[in-house]
Ligand binder design. Structure first.
Ligand code: GAR
Length: 197
């Protein structure tokens, strides 16, 4: 099975969905390590499953370049075929991109290129859009700018606040991530986006 390293900063429900998928021996990937930039709740979940974890904090390094090099080395130790950023709230730098570019994917809670950045759900609500969604894309040097691999729409409901909308997006995101990782590691090219409305 393909080796996946997951990066996260938060609760890690997307990572948990991926871990649950790997319980099926027919799933083509396995999570070999979960890393974070902080003491994230998501690391606990991985530890309980006996999966290797690592933490690479920005404040433990002289600057961002040193942090990025350390992060690249920490990921590389686990020899991943694919690196998945699942709620990792830091922008990776050139060392990570040089080593893992093309096999580093991110999941984002909006229909990119709409609403990039750290507040995608809040920004979509503030803009008053009727439809937002979830995007899995390859990471490049920009902020949420890399090639889109898969997208799903999620309608915005009149009673939505940020938490409710984000939770509905995450429900869609979990499945999209699990399916897209399987598709990527089995080498099925192309993207999986819905037809534009
Ligand atoms: C997900 O919605 C993910 O797309 C988002 O953080 C959430 C993590 O949820 N990522 C970003 O906003 C990155 N800019 P989780 O901690 O429950 O897996």
């Amino acid at each position: 099975r393909a080796r996946v390293v997951v990066l996260l900063s938060g609760t890690g429900s997307l990572c948990a969905a991926l871990l649950a998928a790997t319980d099926d021996p027919g799933y083509p990937a396995t999570v070999v390590a979960v890393g974070s930039d902080r003491d994230a709740e998501g690391l606990e979940h991985a530890r309980r499953r006996g999966i290797a974890t690592f933490t690479c904090r920005l404040r433990d390094h002289a600057d961002r370049t040193a942090w990025d090099a350390a992060l690249a080395a920490a990921i590389a130790e686990h020899r991943p075929d694919l690196v998945v950023s699942a709620g990792f709230m830091k922008i990776v730098g050139s060392a990570v991109l040089a080593r893992f570019g093309g096999r580093l994917v991110n999941t984002h809670p909006a229909l990119l290129p709409a609403f990039p950045g750290a507040h995608a759900v809040r920004d979509a609500l503030a803009a008053g859009v009727e439809v937002t969604g979830s995007t899995v894309h390859l990471v490049d040097a920009g902020i949420d700018t890399g090639p889109v691999l898969a997208q799903r729409e999620v309608p915005v409901l009149p009673e939505d606040d940020e938490a409710r909308l984000h939770e509905r997006i995450k429900t869609v995101e979990r499945k999209l991530l699990v399916d897209t990782v399987a598709r990527l590691v089995t080498g099925h090219a192309g993207n999986d986006t819905e037809e534009p409305r």
